[in-house]
Design a protein around this ligand. Structure first.
Ligand code: HEM
Length: 442
C-alpha cells in the first residue's frame, strides 16, 4: 500500500536509539500509515476527540490544584477558581464546556461509524473498544457534574443513584456502597472526585488500544469498499494531518464561540445554587448528552414477576448501550456504507430521529401532555418515550437483522480509486474545462 515503508534511521544516533526503543519506527509507521484517499471530514473526529481528551485532562489537572472536595467548600472553591485564580475563568469554562463538546464530537464520530458501517468485519474489536470508551466517558461526566456541588449536582446524583435500589436483594446495600453513606455527602464527594480524576486516564489507555486496533485493520471509508491496491490510499502525513488540522480548527472555532460568548449555554440555572438536601429543585434533569438514555430509563411502564418497573427501566437503559456492542453481528448486510443501501437509509434517518425525540422526552416532565383529543389526553411524554424506546430496540433486534437479508443494495464501485475517479470523469458533474489529471495520478 502506498506510503507504507519500513523505517530506516537517517543517522547513527537515531539507529542507536531506535534499536533500544523502537519508538522512532513507530512514529514513522504512524506518519506513513496508508489511509483511503476518499476520507471525508467525518474522519477528522477521531483526531478531534484525541485532542479534546488531552485538553480535558490538562484543564482538569489545573482545576484539581484549586478545587476543594469538601461539601462545605466545594461550591465556593469553584466560584473562587472562576474569580480569583489567574485565568481560572478560562480553564473552568473550557473544562465544563469541554465535556459537552466531547460528547458532541463522540456522537458525530459514532453516527459516522453507524452510517458507513465501520463496526462491520474486520473492525468489530475497534468498535467494541469504542463502546467501552463511551461507557467510561459517561461515568466520568456523571461524577464530574457532582463536583461543583450545586443543586443539580446533588439532586442529579440523588435521583440516579436511587434507581439502583430497584435491584432485587442487593439494591439498598448497593445504594449505600455507591454513595458511601445514606445520602449524597462527604464520602460521595470524595469517591466521585477520586474516580473522576482516575477514569480519564483509563479512557486514555482504551483509546491507545482503539487506535492500535485501527492500525491493525485500517480505516473504513465512505464507500465501505475495502482497500485493494496502492492506488486506493495516500500516506497519513501530509494528507490526513492537514485534513485533521482543518477539522480541528473548525471545531475549535465552534468551541470558542461557547467559551467566549455563551459559557453558560449548556449550564443549568439551578447549579448556581449550592446543594441543599432539604430543598428539591422543581425539575431535575441530567445533562443533554444523557437525555435519550434517561428517557429510556423512565419509559418502562410494567412491573413483572413482582419486580418494580424501575428495574426494567435500568435494564433497558444499560441495554440500550450494551446492544451497540452486538451491532457487528446484528447487522446482517454485507454492504458497509449506507450510501449504497437505499432502504436502510430510511431506517437510519428514522433511528437518528428516534434518538433526537428520546432526548427531547428526557428533558421534559413525564406527565407533560403531547396529544389531546377533545378533553382527553391520549399521549403524554411517557407514552411518546415508550413508542420511541420500542423503535430503538426494534431497530437493532428486527430491522438490522432482517433488512440485510432482503434489501437489494446499489452497485458498489470496483475500488476506492474508481469511486474517486468516477466522480470527476467527464459526464459526472465536473465543470467544463476542469482537469481531472491531478487526481488520476496514484
Ligand atoms: C475518547 C473517545 C474516542 C477517541 C479519542 C477516538 C479516537 C479515534 C481515532 C483517532 C480514530 C481514527 C480516525 C477516525 O476514524 O476518525 C477512530 C476511529 C474509529 N472509532 Fe473512535 N475514538 C473515540 C470514541 C469512539 C467511540 C465511542 C466509538 C463507537 C462506539 C468509536 C468507534 C470508532 C470506529 C468504528 C473507528 C473506525 C472508523 C473508520 O475507519 O471508519 N470511537 N477513533
Amino acid at each position: 500500500m502506498s506510503g507504507h515503508t519500513t523505517y530506516v534511521p537517517s543517522n547513527k544516533a537515531a539507529r542507536w536509539f531506535n534499536d533500544r526503543l523502537p519508538i522512532l519506527g513507530m512514529a514513522h509507521e504512524f506518519l506513513t500509515f496508508p489511509t483511503p484517499r476518499n476520507l471525508n471530514y467525518f474522519w477528522t473526529f477521531g483526531g478531534i476527540l484525541t485532542v479534546m481528551l488531552v485538553m480535558q485532562i490538562i484543564t482538569g489537572i489545573i482545576l484539581a490544584m484549586h478545587y476543594v472536595a469538601d461539601t462545605k467548600l466545594a461550591f465556593d472553591s469553584v466560584q473562587a477558581i472562576k474569580r480569583d485564580v489567574n485565568f481560572g475563568w478560562l480553564i473552568q469554562t473550557m473544562h465544563a464546556n469541554g465535556a459537552t463538546m466531547f460528547f458532541i464530537a463522540v456522537y458525530i464520530h459514532m453516527f459516522r461509524g453507524l452510517y458507513f458501517g465501520s463496526y462491520k468485519q474486520p473492525r468489530e474489536v475497534l468498535w467494541i473498544l469504542g463502546v467501552i470508551i463511551l461507557l467510561l466517558m459517561m461515568a466520568t461526566a456523571f461524577m464530574g457534574y457532582v463536583l461543583p456541588f450545586g443543586q443539580m449536582s446533588g439532586w442529579g446524583a440523588t435521583v440516579i443513584t436511587n434507581f439502583f435500589t430497584a435491584i432485587p436483594v442487593v439494591g439498598s446495600d448497593l445504594l449505600v456502597w455507591l454513595r458511601g453513606g445514606y445520602t449524597i455527602d462527604q464520602a460521595t464527594l470524595n469517591r466521585f472526585f477520586s474516580l473522576h480524576y482516575l477514569l480519564p486516564f483509563m479512557i486514555f489507555g482504551v483509546v491507545v488500544l482503539h487506535v492500535w486496533a485501527l492500525h491493525a485493520v485500517g480505516n473504513n471509508n465512505p464507500t465501505g469498499v475495502s482497500v485493494k491496491s496502492d492506488k486506493d490510499t495516500v500516506p497519513f502525513h501530509p494528507y490526513m494531518t492537514v485534513k485533521d488540522s482543518v477539522g480541528l480548527v473548525g471545531f475549535a472555532l465552534f468551541f470558542a464561540l461557547f467559551i467566549f460568548y455563551m459559557p453558560d449555554y449548556f449550564g443549568e440555572a439551578d447549579n448556581y445554587v449550592e446543594f441543599n438536601s432539604l430543598k428539591t429543585p422543581a425539575h431535575i434533569k441530567p445533562e443533554w448528552y444523557f437525555l435519550p438514555f434517561y428517557a429510556i430509563l423512565r419509559a418502562i411502564p410494567f412491573t413483572l414477576f413482582g419486580l418494580p418497573a424501575t428495574l426494567y427501566g435500568l435494564i433497558a437503559m444499560f441495554g440500550s448501550i450494551a446492544i451497540l456492542a452486538f451491532l457487528p453481528w446484528l447487522d446482517t448486510s454485507k454492504v458497509r456504507s449506507t450510501s449504497y443501501r437505499p432502504a436502510y437509509k430510511i431506517f437510519f434517518a428514522l433511528f437518528v430521529l428516534t434518538c433526537l425525540i428520546l432526548g427531547y422526552c428526557g428533558s421534559q416532565p413525564t406527565d407533560k401532555e403531547v396529544l389531546r383529543v377533545g378533553s382527553k389526553v391520549v399521549l403524554d411524554m411517557t407514552g411518546l418515550a415508550q413508542i420511541f424506546t420500542a423503535y430503538y430496540f426494534l431497530h437493532f433486534l428486527v430491522v438490522l437483522p432482517l433488512l440485510g437479508l432482503f434489501e437489494k443494495p446499489l452497485k458498489l464501485p470496483a475500488s476506492i480509486a474508481d469511486s474517486v475517479l468516477d466522480s470527476i470523469r467527464p459526464g459526472h458533474g465536473l465543470p467544463t474545462g476542469a482537469h481531472a489529471e491531478p487526481q488520476t495520478k496514484g
